[in-house]
Design a protein around this ligand. Structure first.
Ligand code: NAP
Length: 414
């Protein structure tokens, strides 16, 4: 494939897919998008850490060959005002794995969020957010070390589809008339109307990914989080389709919570993953009171949006929370925070969210030694009290360093 502005490094090889698995060479080409605002600062710092950790882990036998791709303001400068160039999407499909910094959503009529567009164009249907505690990170929890979960949030359906009709418009009036006259339902006059599509296809592929993750990573339970007591045919259906999928496709390795009590007296048998479900509102309480009970959570778009940020806060907040948006194979890893424009180019913010998203990326391509080294060095850096401003303001006696200074301190401890 030839590109106008993207340069694919000739020294590297592309990742490919066969038999439903990634084939990762020792010199893979990975895409990266620097991002806007604080993006360049955190990308520079994180990339130094990733390259140093790869070198430390494999001593030159493995090396990443980075291909810069463009989205957001940098893209607009290169592609004559286009914030979302088609060739960037082609390159991500071609390279399969990429990582990105945060992107500005330009303010102005009808401009869709670039992140939402990226998820939709590449059908990145699962937003995956691990929530794990590192010793010494400031946390509002009494026992934050009990939090160790991963959230699979459905990315393509739910009220995020944008099927909404503004109060007073002809479209709204047409739909309201149909609902009142043909469906026999009623609601207040001039109500804005929105539609919440939840499908068996969308629900099942998300739950499939969550269960497969639990199998691959030795997790013991998958919890379906929903508000099915109120929204029976959307959120309730998600729950039912989740159980159905577990039974039909993973029946040999899963049991339901009911079976756990009926057949096993509440003690999970070796080698089985327990599938259970919780109502969304109680889930927020349980994640604070009994977080150790939850390992993998699968939920729809809106619940997942709330839950990911709330759980990130338990272990240090957005400056450290990593994430990924995934299709069956194509995966785009990303910092979960925004562009924090007031800190752009100040070399000030915490690079850990992007850095740990990179750790997830290395796990995804099977280079686990890299993410383990980064986690160990991060723990040592925090234990030494070396942190960026966001943690320094919550810790006593910490040494505040810059973005690049934090990367230096971490690399020294690899
Ligand atoms: P934001 O950029 O996430 O920043 C909000 C606050 O979070 C910052 O002021 C800062 O808090 C803290 N923060 C964010 N990143 C941090 C880091 N790396 N280290 C330490 N602290 C960090 O959210 P926003 O101001 O609402 O949004 C700004 C722009 O980002 C918007 O254009 C929005 O559309 C975009 N956005 C993009 C993404 C994405 O690309 N995935 C996600 C969300 C928002 P303090 O001020 O307390 O220091």
């Amino acid at each position: 494939m030839s590109y106008r502005h993207v340069k694919i490094p000739e020294s590297g090889q592309k990742i490919t897919v066969s038999d439903n698995r990634l084939n990762v060479p020792d010199n893979p080409i990975l895409g990266f998008v620097e991002g806007d605002g604080i993006g360049p600062d955190i990308t520079r710092a994180a990339m130094r850490v990733w390259n140093a950790a790869v070198e430390k882990a494999y001593g030159g036998n493995r090396k990443v060959h980075w291909a810069e791709l463009y989205l957001g303001e940098k893209a607009a400068g290169i592609y004559e005002g286009d914030y979302f160039p088609a060739e960037t999407l082609d390159a991500i499909r071609d390279l399969i794995v990429a990582i990105k910094g945060p992107l500005t959503t330009p303010i102005g009529g009808g401009f869709r969020s670039l992140n939402v567009s990226l998820r939709q164009e590449l059908d990145l249907y699962a937003c995956v957010r691990p929530v794990e505690y590192f010793d010494g990170v400031p946390s509002p929890m009494k026992r934050p070390e009990e939090v160790n979960a991963i959230i699979f949030r459905e990315n393509t359906e739910d009220v995020y589809c944008g099927i909404e009709y503004q109060s007073g418009t002809p479209e709204n009036q047409k739909l309201a008339k149909f609902l009142r006259e043909e469906m026999g339902v009623d609601f207040f006059q001039d109500a804005g109307l929105g539609i919440k599509p939840i499908s068996p296809f969308g629900s099942k592929r998300l739950v499939r990914k969550a269960i497969q993750y639990a199998i691959d990573n030795g997790r013991k339970s998958v919890t379906l989080v929903h508000k099915g007591n109120i929204m029976k045919f959307t959120e309730g259906a998600f729950r039912n389709w989740g159980y159905e999928l577990a039974r039909e496709e993973f029946g040999d390795v899963t049991i339901t919570e009911d079976e756990l009590w009926e057949k096993y007296d509440g003690k999970p048998p070796e080698g089985k993953i327990v599938i259970n479900d919780r109502i969304a509102d109680i889930m927020f309480q349980l994640m604070q009171l009994r977080p150790a009970e939850f390992e993998v959570l699968a939920t729809m778009n809106l619940n997942g949006d709330y839950l990911s940020d709330a759980m990130a806060a338990e272990v240090g907040g957005m400056g450290i929370a990593p994430g990924a948006n995934m299709a069956d194979h194509v995966a785009v890893f990303e910092a979960t925070h925004g562009t924090a424009p007031k800190y752009a180019n100040l070399d000030k913010v915490n690079p850990s969210s992007l850095m740990f998203s990179g750790s997830m990326m290395f796990d995804y391509i099977g280079w686990r030694e890299v993410s383990e080294l980064i986690s160990q060095a991060f723990a040592k850096t925090i234990a030494a009290g070396i942190v960026t401003y966001d943690f320094a303001r919550q810790m006593e006696g910490a040494t505040e360093v810059s973005t690049s200074g934090f990367a230096d301190a971490l690399i020294e401890r690899l």
